[in-house]
Write a protein that binds this ligand. Structure first.
Ligand SMILES: O=C(CO)[C@H](O)[C@H](O)COP(=O)(O)O
Length: 233
């Protein structure tokens, strides 16, 4: 086996782009899809200029979900809500670097709750800020749009950033997964995986398509083919 080969990425459709009037059926139809995680975007109108949904909605989604729920907290003072989100069904809890003065403490709190600990970086935040905490992380979420809204255009600099992050994680001996969030489509997914992405979040591309389950299957098929062809190198 080629030691540098890429694994097919995990797929995490973002429920931000789902039909909120039918969240039960939206969640249930993903149950047997190619989705590995369900991505759940929490926005507070303070850290980001938009409000989405919170703890009671996560509880409701969790009742109908088969996949682990990947909770992305785009909120200020996330440390005050971690246990509530864990109790509501979060498997992964990702907080923003830019929202945490005491990031190390918050990461330890997430781990003590038994969740995977993730840290998200806004597009302007360089990856080197994670140098001294990388080894403690399970997940680094790279925002490839400015957080707050679905349906935005992918920021191309993300590719360079993912490659730099991959190098930092390897140098730190960190096993953290690299997750990309914002504007992900089949046009950029392959390049992201080549750069080092392990998890792809996709909202509009999946839910605005005619058949979200078929779109996820197509993503899975194309990205698996890409990673398998890398095996022959
Ligand atoms: O975190 C987010 C916005 O802050 C969304 O998860 C992200 O934008 C995914 O949506 P889309 O694929 O439509 O860009």
């Amino acid at each position: 086996m080629n030691p540098t080969r890429r694994m097919a990425p995990l797929l995490a459709p973002s429920l931000l782009a789902a039909d909120f009037g039918n969240l039960q059926s939206e969640t249930e139809r993903l149950a047997d899809s190619a989705a590995d995680w369900l991505h759940f975007d929490v926005m507070d109108g303070r850290f980001v200029p938009n409000i989405s949904f919170g703890i009671p909605v996560l509880q409701a989604v969790h009742r109908h979900a088969k996949q682990p729920i990947d909770v992305h907290l785009m909120i200020e003072e996330p440390q005050n809500y971690l246990a509530a989100f864990r109790d509501a069904g979060a498997t992964n809890l990702t907080v923003h670097y830019e929202a945490c003065t005491h990031l190390h403490r918050v990461v330890q709190q997430i781990k003590q709750l038994g969740c995977r600990a993730g840290v998200a970086l806004n597009p302007h935040t360089p990856v080197w800020v994670l140098e001294d905490i990388a080894a403690d992380l399970d997940l680094v979420l790279v925002m490839s749009v400015n957080p707050g809204f679905g349906g935005q255009t992918f920021i191309p600099n993300t590719l360079r950033k993912v490659a730099a992050l991959k190098e930092l994680l390897v140098d730190s001996g960190s096993q953290a997964l690299i997750e990309i969030d914002g504007g992900v489509t089949l046009d950029n997914a392959g390049a992201l995986v080549e750069a080092g992405a392990d998890v792809l979040v996709a909202g509009s591309f999946v839910f605005n398509s005619a058949d979200p389950v078929a779109t996820l299957a197509e993503m899975r098929q194309q990205l698996t083919a890409l990673t398998e062809s890398g095996d022959q190198d």
